[in-house]
Design a protein around this ligand. Structure first.
Ligand SMILES: FC(F)(F)Cc1cc2c(N3CCN(c4nnc(C(F)(F)F)s4)CC3)ncnc2s1
Length: 494
């Protein structure tokens, strides 16, 4: 039974958060196969009505403080019904299933066909980096989707066709699909980054090219239906403009995230836990885990389920510590993020992460040095050898990221802030630096280079990790705006 037939029509017209939450709860708790297009249309309609259709008069009255009051929304059943039917008839009307064999599993050709239907119905040219282009509501009412939205729409389209083996696979800056028996097949279905030729229909490379962060070294978040619901909730964007969020949209997103959290559907989704942490930092829910705990759960999830190959859990956590002037903890989180990077080779597809690290190294850390330099030095950072060790581990990780990459990472723009920062630490702290190089003979034997840097600080010492093996160093490393997931191909690249 399709989603709309089982929806509780008494809930409509949807006028408040609890009605939207009730509809999601019904769909998540009562249906073995939550209807992605229904849920994406509903939450997209709410987001759109509160953030996009703003009457100028209302705006003057509301004022645009931090959280401009979003006013009310009213989502009529017949609107949702019409859009839901439009999506289903678009998909069912464009895909002749008799062309794709009789397997109950999707084929590569079918997945590509669904991707083509979505792709070819998008507006010819629009600003892909804009907010609010992630939902099927946006697709149906404006023929616009960002790169995440295309991937979600393809999975929702395959659900309409009855192929429940097609699922969303998510890295920290790209999305694709898995399908077939045991989800053993993969396919690109959307674009990535600016001006890159899309690879739609191709499997995800498994060769050395996949050593780029973009494909998280074979450790993507592979979603089930419920995690796909979590991804569409996580992609809700409360932004009204660059400086203002609509509080009602953030509240709805937060409540839906807790609903999914309670059902265990965020357990293996580090970025969703990070997003919930951000929402909780702004507006804590009484009786719920703190944002610091959520950021820590995101780190644990990456370590437990993804061999610690995800970077963002540490940058979510480091950003939190930085904002709360917990500078030593921030340096440790950022050093842990850099440890993840060591296994990767930097490729031009990784520029979102490059920008993240640039901001940390060349803006946030210099800010810390200024703050502690002028006396706000709660933990006397500049006298703490462990902080110095975290700083060196951060930079050494970035250097190792660069090693073996075809694209350089560091340049003079990095060196100046680094030199200034190192110079800020007390000479006595720097003097404690002990660099012990591994014995030469062993190096031949293992053909793996390993160098240990440690800063003796009382009992504790910290050290850097393994180097890449020889064969990895010459590989050719064949970029989501953090708020709204979209990548920015040129305006008319689709
Ligand atoms: F599908 C793509 F291509 F868009 C990749 C995905 C991105 C993303 C996400 N993001 C991206 C990272 N993001 C971050 N926000 N702050 C971040 C940090 F730098 F503080 F770590 S990372 C916001 C939400 N949140 C949930 N799921 C996903 S799936």
């Amino acid at each position: 039974m399709a989603g709309l037939e089982r929806v509780n029509r008494q809930l409509f017209p949807l006028r408040d958060i609890s009605a939207v939450a009730e509809l999601f709860r019904d769909e998540i708790e009562k249906s073995p196969d939550p209807d992605l297009s229904l849920l994406s249309i509903v939450v997209g309609a709410v987001e759109n009505s509160l953030t996009c259709n703003r009457s100028p008069v209302l705006r003057e009255v509301q004022g645009e403080g931090e959280d401009a009051a979003g006013g009310d929304f009213e989502i009529e059943f017949h609107i949702v019904d019409a859009l839901y039917s439009k999506f289903r008839s678009t998909i069912l009307g464009s895909v002749d299933l008799s062309c794709y064999g009789d397997s109950k599993f999707a084929t590569r050709e079918l997945v590509k066909k669904v991707s083509d239907v979505i792709w070819n119905s998008l507006s010819r040219s629009y600003y892909k980096d804009r907010a609010h282009l992630q939902s099927i509501y946006s697709y149906l009412t404006g023929n616009k989707l960002d790169c995440f939205g295309v991937a979600l729409a393809v999975v929702a389209g395959c659900q309409v066709l009855g192929f429940n083996d097609v699922h969303l696979a998510l890295s920290e800056d790209h999305a694709w699909v898995v399908f077939g028996e045991n989800g053993a097949e993969t396919s690109e279905v959307t674009w990535h980054g600016k001006g890159n030729e899309d690879k739609r229909g191709q499997p995800i490379g498994t060769g050395v090219g996949s050593l780029s962060w973009l494909y998280v070294n074979g450790q993507p978040v592979v979603c089930d239906r419920y995690m796909e619901v979590a991804s569409l909730v996580s992609s809700v964007n409360p932004s009204f403009n660059m400086t203002t969020d609509i509080k009602e949209v953030a509240d709805i997103q937060q409540q839906l995230m807790w609903l999914l959290y309670d059902q265990g559907h965020l357990e293996k989704y580090p970025m969703a836990l990070g997003n919930l942490g951000d929402l909780e930092e702004i507006n804590p829910t009484p009786g719920r885990p703190s944002c610091q705990e959520l950021f820590s759960q995101a780190v644990d999830a990456s370590r437990k389920y993804y061999s610690n190959k995800h970077v963002y859990p540490y940058t979510y956590q480091g950003g939190y510590f930085f904002r709360h002037k917990m500078y030593k903890e921030a340096l440790e989180s950022w050093a842990n993020a850099a440890d993840v990077l060591r296994e990767y080779n930097y490729s031009r597809d990784d520029e979102e992460l490059y920008k993240e690290l640039m901001e940390i190294a060349n803006e946030l850390i210099p800010h810390i040095m200024k703050a502690v330099g002028s006396g706000i030095d709660a933990h006397s950072i500049l006298k703490d050898p462990e902080c110095f060790a975290h700083l060196l581990r951060l930079y050494d990780g970035i250097c190792q990221w660069e090693e073996g990459s075809v694209t350089p990472v560091l340049h003079i723009g990095w060196a100046k802030p680094l030199v200034n920062t190192i110079a800020k630490f007390d000479a006595s702290v720097r003097a404690q630096l002990v660099i012990d190089l591994q014995d030469e003979q062993e190096e031949e034997a293992s053909s793996m280079k390993e160098e240990r840097v440690s800063v003796k600080s009382g009992s504790e010492e910290s050290s850097s990790g393994e180097r890449k093996s020889e064969e990895q160093t010459n590989d050719r490393g064949d970029s989501l705006n953090n708020n709204n997931y979209s990548k920015t191909p040129d305006a008319d690249s689709t």
